[in-house]
Design a protein around this ligand. Structure first.
Ligand SMILES: Nc1ncnc2c1ncn2[C@@H]1O[C@H](COP(=O)(O)OP(=O)(O)OP(=O)(O)O)[C@@H](O)[C@H]1O
Ligand SMILES: [Mg+2]
Length: 222
């Protein structure tokens, strides 16, 4: 898969011919220096960025080259996306935030609420369902964000530095949650700068200048 930004002399190839498969149940970490193309790769896989060359299949469904509407539908059904900032709606409680994608997808209220409550239990926040984000810790907010991403039986988790704003204990809780989701069959691709997060993954991919490299290079080799 390849993805460039801009045209002509301004063209910048951000992801330069990478190929990867993440299987169900697998936790894959993606590492690499700032600007190497990690977020671009994640956004293309999530269907949030258009105009990539090559293919991206999500459970046999092609994501690249589809209309925005198709990509959104595919994402809503199968793919949960999490960013460094949890992006919760501040006015809504935890459970209201988690049920939001289900309500948007047309699931009836009672059913959406039941699934959201269950999902909050799964991420270990059963007591906090009626709290607004402002009254939760950063780690709790991020777990609500993951619950919202994965509610409704989504099978792919794409996370861009999900522990970037978190302290050690909260980071560990988020990583344990990802591992638990993978144990239940979720395929997870997690961008991280934190070697401790990568250390918990089944597989670590290193990216440099838009490509995968076997080992990260060090300044010492030069
Ligand atoms: N919207 C955009 N328009 C033009 N260039 C972009 C755009 N987004 C990213 N780039 C460029 O593409 C390259 C890859 O960026 P990307 O955000 O994927 O890097 P990253 O590995 O996620 O970095 P970081 O670790 O800092 O988040 C960089 O050179 C960046 O400047
Ligand atoms: Mg990034």
């Amino acid at each position: 898969m390849r993805k460039s930004y801009g045209e002509g002399e301004m063209r910048l190839v951000a992801v330069d011919g990478v190929s990867l498969t993440v299987t169900a149940g697998e936790f894959v970490a993606l590492m690499g220096a700032s600007g190497c193309g990690k977020s671009t790769l994640l956004h293309v896989v999530a269907g949030l960025l258009d105009g990539a060359e090559g293919g991206v299949e999500v459970f046999g469904q092609e994501m690249v080259g589809r209309s925005e509407r198709d990509r959104t539908a595919l994402r809503l059904k199968d793919v949960g996306v999490v960013f460094q900032d949890h992006l919760l709606v501040p006015e809504l409680t935890a459970v209201e935030n988690v049920e939001l994608p289900l309500v948007m997808a047309g699931v009836v209220r009672g059913e959406a609420r039941a699934q959201a409550v269950q999902m909050l239990e799964r991420v270990g926040l059963e007591g906090l369902q009626d709290r607004v984000p402002d009254r939760m810790s950063g780690g709790q907010r991020q777990r609500v964000g993951i619950a919202r991403a994965m509610v409704g039986g989504r099978r792919v988790l794409l996370a861009d530095e999900p522990t970037g704003n978190l302290d050690t204990d909260s980071s560990r809780a988020v990583v344990e949650l990802v591992r638990q989701l993978c144990a239940d069959g979720v395929a997870a691709l997690v961008v991280t700068h934190d070697p401790r997060v990568a250390g918990a993954a089944d597989r670590v991919l290193h990216m440099e200048d838009g490509r995968f490299v076997p080992e990260p290079s060090t300044w010492g080799q030069w």
